[in-house]
Design a protein around this ligand. Structure first.
Ligand code: HEC
Length: 111
């Protein structure tokens, strides 16, 4: 029969493990967000910081577009179904998963 102390110790150990795995999950989530942001920063030269184009910009911003629209356009650029001056080359540099993450990122930005 376990003593009260042993049971408290076991409970404490279980709680510590739970807390550790929660912290790890949050860490991975944060790392993923940071990664997506840094990839999104490569779009900023032309589409503006966080996809917000300047008023006089010739390249359209990405903020305000739906994630599905961005994914569809990137696919069309990649496959050559939409003619482009530059995006057909850029789109080829990203996997479908990265494209989806980028699209979700820009779609989550407030205009
Ligand atoms: C060198 C400049 C440049 C960079 C960098 C760039 N784009 Fe573009 N983007 C353009 C131009 C120019 C267009 C218009 C189509 C064309 O001529 O290629 C465009 C169009 C688009 C469109 C279509 C918008 C619409 O509503 O039809 C999407 C989506 C897009 N870009 C996403 C991205 C993403 C995501 C990145 C970063 C991974 C990126 N672009 C990086 C220049 C750029």
């Amino acid at each position: 029969m376990p003593t009260r102390i042993t049971m408290i110790a076991a409970l404490f150990a279980a709680l510590t493990m739970l807390a550790a795995s929660a912290t790890q999950a949050a860490g991975a989530d944060e790392a993923q967000k940071l990664y997506t942001r840094s990839v999104a920063a490569t779009c900023a030269n032309c589409h503006g910081t966080d996809g917000r184009a300047q008023d006089d910009a010739t390249v359209p911003g990405l903020v305000g577009l739906s994630a599905d629209h961005i994914v569809t356009q990137m696919d069309a650029f990649r496959k050559g179904e939409r003619s482009a001056t530059i995006m057909h080359q850029i789109a080829k540099g990203f996997s479908e998963e990265q494209t989806r993450q980028l699209a979700d990122y820009f779609a989550s930005q407030q205009p």
